[in-house]
Design a protein around this ligand. Structure first.
Ligand code: ATP
Ligand code: MG
Length: 438
């Protein structure tokens, strides 16, 4: 057993005795089961206390964990946190510097996922498992939050480095802090143009991404060859530019409509306030969350997407919660530096300056290459198909069964995508059919 396991065992022993003697909640509490978890940056104990769990959580978190500090004579770093994790009472606290694993290099985290999968290694969780999120239907867009020095830019550069391995991807880099962080990766393969840092460039680069999105809806990619890849918009310190109404509008469009077109956002901010996004829909659609250390509980709520756990208790420099629907990991983010980036080689930009975009190319309306307007019945079928997760062939059969006239495959393709888009929009507005059903 290593030192960290020993400490957790000792810590658990003290808590067990104190609970059984009634020192914690004022009456004896039987703790049935302990799990020790020695993560890279923090240790945790999870214990089952049945009906007494609520009282135990309250007792242990009261007054800055005063009781816990009394019964656990071990100096941890930062503030310990107690909360319910499933049926367990979970107590978690940061290791002192000599016990913490603060530097986990990307290169040491094993095999990279298939580059065409849109997944990237984000870090290692507290069970030693490499966590590999993706740009997919569950988490099409990601919010990266963290106070200055928490590791946002390292996390973004690591993602860019990994996503550049798919030659079909197009990466759009935007940086609200003078390009200081993303310029280091702007030469990588697949980067479409220089890092945009100023208002006009940022508008043009976002406009380009939106026009790409719209074009993908217009032509559909039913028979696309070559494979279209993803457009990934990576925006560091976006709050610096959301005073610009055009930027706000373009970000909202990407976040609302990008998913089904393979257009994705990775957006980072040091001020995750409700207002930083300029539009609440953008915030709601950033479903994946990488919450690094933030400054206060309000920022934590936005960063994590809920009241718990508390990103303001994290320890900085890559210590993070990675959160997706139904998923939560405390991780140490993978570290990358110039050495890793140099090894990845270089590509050529599509543009040396971002082209101006026409506002009409990024409009919000239904793409007009459609010969005939969709009927209510067709849209209904498309929405149900999206809800049922059906592929296009099944969707076309569904239309037949519903007695609708058969359509060409392009029209079916667009309808099918459109149904997914409507569902995503409803989900983003929290009117999703899944909410209505459950
Ligand atoms: N995953 C990591 N592992 C180890 N150290 C890290 C990690 N991420 C960041 N650090 C350390 O923290 C420093 C700051 O990281 P980074 O520049 O990514 O922070 P930031 O959140 O972008 O800060 P700022 O708001 O100042 O831009 C790094 O130079 C590095 O020393
Ligand atoms: Mg930074």
């Amino acid at each position: 057993m290593d030192t960290r396991e020993q400490l957790l065992t000792q810590w658990g022993g003290y808590l067990f005795k104190a609970a059984t003697a009634g020192y914690l909640t004022g009456k004896p509490v039987a703790i049935e089961h302990f799990r020790r978890i020695a993560g890279p940056r923090a240790g945790a104990l999870e214990m089952a206390a049945g009906l007494d769990s609520g009282a135990l959580v309250r007792a242990l978190s009261r007054d800055n964990a005063a009781l816990l500090r009394q019964f656990v004579p071990w100096a941890f770093q930062g503030q310990p946190l107690t909360y319910m994790s499933g049926r367990y009472v979970r107590v978690e606290a940061g290791w002192s510097d000599d016990l913490a694993e603060t530097m986990i290099r990307l290169a040491d985290l094993g095999q990279h996922p298939d580059p065409t999968s849109g997944r990237w290694i984000v870090g290692k969780n507290e069970h030693g498992v490499t966590i590999i999120p993706g740009l997919n239907d569950q988490t099409p867009h990601w919010l990266v939050s963290g106070t200055t020095g928490s590791g946002k830019s390292v996390a973004l550069r690591s993602a860019v480095l990994q996503l550049s391995r798919d030659p079909a991807n197009r990466l759009v880099l935007l940086d609200g802090k003078f390009g200081e962080s993303l310029r280091q990766v702007q030469h990588l393969p697949g980067v479409a143009g220089p890092v945009a840092t100023e208002g006009p460039d940022v508008r043009a680069a976002l406009g380009w991404a939106c026009a790409q999105m719209r074009e993908r809806y217009r032509v559909g990619s039913a028979d696309a060859s070559p494979r279209p890849g993803r457009v990934v918009v990576v925006f560091d310190e976006f709050q610096q530019l959301t005073g610009d109404a055009v930027v706000v509008d373009l970000l909202r469009k990407l976040a609302e409509q990008g998913r089904a077109a393979g257009v994705h956002l990775l957006a980072a901010t040091q001020h995750p306030t409700v207002d930083a996004f300029g539009d609440p829909s953008t915030r709601r659609n950033l479903v994946g969350k990488l919450a690094l250390r933030v400054g206060d509980p309000d920022a934590s709520r936005v960063a994590v997407g809920g009241r718990l756990p508390r990103a303001d208790y994290l320890l900085g420099a890559g210590d993070a919660y990675a959160v997706g629907p139904g998923k939560l990991h405390r991780i140490q983010c993978a570290f990358v530096d110039g050495r890793d980036i140099d090894q990845a080689g270089a590509g050529a930009w599509d543009f040396d300056t971002w082209p101006d975009y026409a506002a009409s190319d990024v409009g919000l309306d239904i793409p007009t290459g459609v010969s005939k307007p969709y009927t209510a019945q067709e849209l209904g079928c498309a929405l149900v198909a999206a809800y049922e997760g059906e592929g296009r062939p099944t969707f076309m059969r569904r239309m037949g069964v519903a007695g609708l006239p058969s359509t060409g495959s392009n029209r079916a393709y667009r309808l099918h995508k459109f149904g997914q888009e409507v569902l995503a929009w409803l989900d983003g507005q929290e009117y999703g059919l899944s909410y209505l059903g459950g």
